[in-house]
Design a protein around this ligand. Structure first.
Ligand code: MLT
Length: 236
């Protein structure tokens, strides 16, 4: 099985996903939020590319969530903090979500045979499911401002660690993947600190969202795997 790691949404093109399983990562915060929302009982999450698309898709009873410039969008019900997505706020509801990088990454992966939403919170469960699907894998780090973001690379490294530990067959990894695996092994005991010192982490701290960084930095707390079914993300 071959695993390729793409450093940012900007570096991805649809041909790279053909016949593959895509694992999309946006640790701070879109994919952490999606996993949290579905685990809290949301029926599904529909990733929308633009604010206009999100508004157009909303049906009575749906929740509109997301961010631009890390802030809640005017008129939306929720922002992009995983801590807002509780059983009380989203249980039994469909969520239409649009974020700057995370939902864009999901849309960029649409040519893949399977799309899985991964984060530090659910990496082990995602790796297990990806192995079951028996396709080559593309790990897409969504990144931030069209650039690589270290927290996504760290999660890619964790996914590779889980894939290698769980697979009974050899896993062939590209050079960037090797680098991310080394990064993860180097930082495994300093994940929260690494996220705090990342560019996205600093930006979120300035906006008063330090709690979100703590929430998103917990490893393998959730055993659920969101995957794309039609245009909706649901739990496996
Ligand atoms: C994104 O999708 O760009 C991020 O999740 C931004 C954020 O942290 O709100």
């Amino acid at each position: 099985m071959h695993v390729q790691v793409i450093s940012s949404v900007n570096e991805s093109c649809s041909a790279k996903f053909h016949h593959k399983t895509a694992l999309v990562i946006d640790v701070l915060r879109a994919t952490s939020t999606i996993v949290t929302a579905l685990s809290a009982g949301a029926t599904s999450v529909v990733p929308a590319e633009t604010v206009m698309d999100a508004r157009a898709m909303q049906l009575p009873g749906d929740i509109l969530g997301g961010e631009r410039f890390c802030r809640k969008i005017a008129g939306f019900d929720l922002g992009n903090s995983p801590n807002e997505y509780t059983e009380q706020s989203v249980g039994g509801r469909r969520i239409i979500l649009t974020t700057t990088n995370g939902t864009r990454g999901i849309h960029k992966s649409m040519r893949a045979d399977h799309i899985i939403v991964a984060s530090l919170l659910n990496a082990e469960a995602c790796a297990r499911y990806a192995l079951e699907l028996r396709r080559d894998i593309v790990i897409l780090c969504a990144g931030s401002h069209d650039d690589f973001a270290i927290e996504d690379g760290l999660c890619a490294g964790l996914l590779l660690d889980c894939l290698k530990k769980q697979s009974s067959n050899p896993i062939d990894v590209d050079d960037f993947g090797h680098a991310m695996h080394s990064l993860y092994r180097d930082r495994a005991d300093r994940v929260f600190e690494t996220l705090l010192n990342s560019l996205s982490g600093k930006r979120l701290q300035k906006l008063g969202s330090r709690d979100d960084i703590e929430t998103c930095s917990t490893i393998n707390k959730i055993n659920h795997v969101p995957y794309l079914n039609g245009d909706q993300l649901i739990l496996r």
